[in-house]
Design a protein around this ligand. Sequence first.
Ligand SMILES: O=C([S-])c1cc(C(=O)S)c[n+]([C@@H]2O[C@H](COP(=O)(O)O)[C@@H](O)[C@H]2O)c1
Ligand code: NI
Length: 498
Amino acid sequence: MKALYYDCFAGISGDMNLGALLDLGVDREYLIQELNKLLIVDEFSLTIKTDKKMGITGTKVDVLLKEHFYEHIEGHTHEHSHEHTHGHNHEHSHEHIQGHTHEHSHEHTHGHNHEHSNEHSHEHTQNYSHEHAHKHIYDHSQEDTHSRNSEQEHAHVGNAHTHKHSHEHRNLRMINELIDKSQLNSNVKKISKDIFLCIAKAEAKVHGMPVEEVHFHEVGAVDSIVDIVGAAICLDFLNVDRILSSTVELGSGFVRCAHGMIPVPAPATVEILHEVPTHIGRVTSEATTPTGAAILKTMVDAFVDNIEFKIVKTGYGLGTKDFSIPNVLRVFLLEIDEEEKDYINEDNFILETNIDDMNPEIISYIEDKLFQQGALDVYKTPITMKKGRMATKISVLTDSSNVAKVERILLHETSTFGIRKYRVQKKMFQRSIQNINTKYGDIPVKLALYKGETIKYKIEYEAAKKLSIEHNVPIQEVYCEAQKICNREGIINLDSNQ
Ligand SMILES: O=C([S-])c1cc(C(=O)S)c[n+]([C@@H]2O[C@H](COP(=O)(O)O)[C@@H](O)[C@H]2O)c1
Ligand code: NI
């Protein structure tokens, strides 16, 4: 079985993802050819180059915004068509009407033409810093990982005018339309729309508005469409059976946006990554962006840090910023034992504490409470602790969503001063439930499925107990009855879908 493993030790952004997947072997021409099926082909181009980050060779992807069409709110419009030839850098900061600033690092030149539908004065210089007031439908912070290489060089005299880009920042409906109208295959369309929806839901939650009214940052911009649809094209091309990921580094600090400086991880990133194993603070910068987070949340089947695998190939996607660690996303192409796909693998936690000084009556109270709060299992082991003290080790199995609740119960409701916590992987048979009808009533039977066959089953105890009490018969009698029916119906050979 083929799988991908995202090693997100330095986080993930949309362009790092594209870089890593291209580095892993997605054909560059194929990606460009497929992206060109979007009807925004004249709005962007890609640069894909092999480069290094702290000595690690990988692929760096940059989305070039090809054309900016400006439309001035005062009523005059001008059109910039950027044809150019040689490179220099400048930084400019835009002041948006919503009040945020961003900085672009542009590599571009001269030789561009501006067509103005109204008289408008420009002074064109090299390395000129200017400020524009832009009306953007979404906000965006430019401290992300794209180098926005505008293919123009211009400076406006009296640049306090307001204008907007014609590649208007699209909302979810417009993005879905764009994707649907393209000739991209249905799998690419579905993945792309799922990732966009994931971001839109997070934005809606953060900003307290309906999904349809979401004001995207970056996401509506062409480079985000390229990042997300590009991710879908690459993943469809690689056609793996499973996608896995490590714990995701989020970074720390603050990032500039419409509202000023917002904390890292950005609110949308946090919202998207609820219940995903994450880590904060390896770098003091934004390591994971909302786009990177949404790609993982939508595509990853399991987040596992402890896993055995055979690496077939490695891809490195380079980020833009420099950290104290290599700012790269590493993705492994894996070959996983075929058998694995016949099992369910889950990443869970075990929380444990040793109790030697508590009224034992309280233990069963604790156990009930832990189950009520979502613990998957609670078990007690008699142990002998230091100084010959007889004690009880309480072990709680839980999924990541209930870890905090379990921790709180153990810490606050037992006599312990501390707990142990570790991640465990659960490997299980696929299962299904079948109800059988006995003379005492219905009893659910849990079937373990392997390669589509039922290989064992278990008559559910709680249901058997209830019927035995209701009918005032020994529980063994209820089990025997259920067993007879299982034998008669040949339950062991039942089709896996039942
Ligand atoms: O500008 C605003 S309001 C803003 C808010 C948020 C939220 O999380 S809410 C995030 N951002 C930043 O935008 C860039 C773009 O991310 P992409 O995933 O689209 O590349 C990133 O730095 C976010 O933290 C801005
Ligand atoms: Ni937002």
